[in-house]
Design a protein around this ligand. Structure first.
Ligand SMILES: Cc1ncc(COP(=O)(O)O)c(C=O)c1O
Length: 432
């Protein structure tokens, strides 16, 4: 099993250093002793259905649901929830010490370090925010753009990365433009073609390019480094990445990515408590984009990316439990995670392409695909099928209408093969 760090074990050290009295120390000691290990000590074996079933049992998910909507919102593992509940109780034993005494602030640094390890970046360049949308609000509010400057998106971008630019563009006079991504060609696209599609859309006035790392409709893993390098060579000044669907699902290497900012939500693939995200900004960008929040007491955190999260009283227990969520994911191990997701992709792709009543709408190139998969049902409008799938089969999938007309299958490591097969059979039975 992968060696992990335990942010949860830091309370005693920090409280001791803060000179907390004996009753508080005793309480923290009891909490730390009671916290369950992040994962079954045997670890996770992607090829073993018993291990998948044991992992499934580590969640609260209702047993009558086949939850294939992890791309919309994830679910918190029991050990992470229990740690969170323990921190909430601890906080209430001495609220002012915990909220204002710097205890949580210090323990939070363990969460930051664990997150930086996951994303391969410096902790100082990382803020612990609420979600992806907040990261893009920080960027759109803070970056100085003039009338005539352009922010460029593809039609695969989620509104969470775009709404702040749309609104502020109207107020300040800069332009926001979207180019049409050829959804129908997704299964045959190569990395070079995806880079070319982005490059062809760049104009001399494009100062900012925003790309999803993995989009939420067809699950295309964008080659962010290649796109960023090509766009820069064309004169684009800043490349920002929407990581809502990538961190926790695929490996992220910000040191190698050559981008300027990356914003994500912990409550999807990292399965953190809801309302937690990460925002990474390069040093160059930190110099260009000021803090978004203002609060009494001035700037307590200096000129690192911590300035973007310094918004006064916050839900510290959840922030610390984010560290437990990161530990939980780390304890699964990158290789086992990749192995399980590869197997799930192969299963869904195989069954979909073998059955003439279904059709496949996502990338196939191994460098472009992900475990967010678009499956269409021949002759049917996907949005009509959603309610029936839930009511009759307990299946939760997001439907996309229009040109795409697919159901999004977004399983998780703990999704069992049989339940996936069962729902694909139901989908096929609805096709013409
Ligand atoms: C690609 C993408 N970006 C941004 C968001 C917005 O996430 P949040 O509401 O957590 O800010 C989502 C949510 O589904 C998403 O899929």
């Amino acid at each position: 099993m992968t060696k992990i760090s335990h942010s949860r074990r830091s309370f005693l050290r920090v409280l001791g250093a803060a000179g907390a009295g004996a009753p508080i120390l005793a309480r923290a000691e009891r909490l730390e002793a009671a916290l369950p290990p992040p994962l079954d000590p045997d670890g996770f074996d992607a090829a073993n259905p018993v291990s998948v079933r044991r992992l499934r049992d580590s969640y609260f998910l209702s047993p009558d649901l086949v939850y294939l909507n992890h791309a919309s919102i994830g679910t918190v593992p029991r050990p992470v929830h229990e740690a969170h509940a323990g921190y909430l109780e601890l906080c209430e034993t001495h609220p002012s010490l915990y909220v204002w005494g710097g205890v949580w602030r210090e323990v939070t640094e363990d969460t930051r370090v664990a997150a930086a390890r996951l994303l391969n970046c410096r902790p100082d360049d990382l803020a612990i925010t609420h979600n992806t949308t907040e990261g893009f609000s920080i960027l759109a509010q803070g970056l100085e753009l003039d009338p005539g400057d352009e922010v460029l998106f593809s039609s695969l971008n989620h509104a969470g990365a775009a709404v702040a630019w749309d609104e502020l563009g109207r107020r300040r006079g800069f332009t926001v433009r979207r180019f049409d991504f050829p959804l129908e060609r997704a299964p045959e696209l190569s990395v070079d073609e995806v880079v070319a599609l982005h490059l062809d859309a760049v104009r001399p006035e494009t100062r900012v390019l925003v790309i999803p790392h993995v989009d939420n409709m067809i699950g295309m893993t964008h080659p962010i480094r290649e796109i960023a390098e090509a766009a820069r060579a064309r004169g684009v000044e800043f490349v920002f990445v929407d990581g809502a669907q990538s961190a926790g699902m695929i490996s992220v290497d910000l040191a190698a990515a050559r981008v300027d900012a990356y914003a994500m939500s912990g409550h999807k693939w990292l399965q953190s408590p809801k309302g937690l995200g990460l925002f990474w900004a390069s040093e160059r960008l930190q110099a260009a984009v000021p803090r978004m929040w203002f609060k009494t007491g001035g700037d307590r955190v200096g000129m690192t990316a911590r300035k973007y999260e310094d918004y006064s009283t916050r839900a510290w227990p959840a922030v610390v439990a984010f560290g437990d969520a990161l530990d939980f994911q780390a304890s699964i191990g990158v290789e086992e995670k990749e192995r399980r997701y590869r197997a799930l992709w192969t299963r869904v792709y195989g069954r979909t392409t073998e059955d003439s009543r279904l059709h496949w709408g996502s990338p196939v190139d191994p460098a472009l695909r992900s475990v967010i998969m678009a499956v269409g049902v021949q002759g049917r409008a996907a949005p009509e099928l959603g309610p029936m799938l839930l009511e009759r089969h307990g299946a939760v999938l997001r439907a996309f209408g229009g040109r795409l007309n697919t159901l999004r299958v977004s399983p998780n490591l703990m999704t069992e093969d049989e339940s996936l097969d069962r729902i694909l059979d139901v989908l096929a039975s609805q096709g013409a």
